[in-house]
Ligand binder design. Sequence first.
Ligand code: HEM
Length: 192
Amino acid sequence: MRAAVFAVALVPFARLVSGFLTDDLTANPIEFITRQTGYWALVLLVASLAVTPIRRLTGWNDIIKLRRLIGLLAFFYATLHLVTWIVLDKFFDLDIMIEDVVKRRFITIGMLTWVILVPLALTSTTNTIRRLGRKWQTLHRLAYVAGITGVIHFWWLVKADVFEPQMFAAVLAVLFGVRIWWTWRTRTPSPS
Ligand code: HEM
């Protein structure tokens, strides 16, 4: 199962590499790579947040083993997205990058999203999970924050058609709703 998820999630990356090698990345390759990597980072981030609700709704417990892999793949695409921006879009020009982060709100929140993902990726080894115990769970709730800021980043950058960011927001809202409902049910004593 893990191998299958890994292979499927790497298809967009393989398409980018083959497009790069065959010079077939649309008329604006930088924009294409930036958009593809950003899109898949968000898809995988939201997919990682869906794992626990799917497990609880379906009783398919083994799906939990995929969560770390999906989260790390999201981080992989988010980092490719950042590297594309630094190397191909901004040519390592630190002044322009700082100006962008400060002045363009969608870049500010995109950067914030990536920064939130860093400690999550760094603490995803089995040893760290064991060492941090409950603190690990608390820290990894930040994945929800990254989901929200990632969607806001997408929403703020689209000029007119907000349909796709709206869809991501709707999926996130359902995932939050399910979690809040469970928390409320487990905390409310049932009438006897
Ligand atoms: C690390 C800092 C980040 C920077 C500097 C950045 C920058 C950008 C830029 C320049 C674009 C293209 C805008 C356009 O074509 O008009 C973009 C698109 C996008 N980014 Fe980011 N981003 C960052 C982080 C993230 C992260 C962490 C995620 C997701 C978790 C993300 C998700 C997206 C999405 C979904 C798109 C739009 C893709 C589409 O058009 O289909 N970005 N980003």
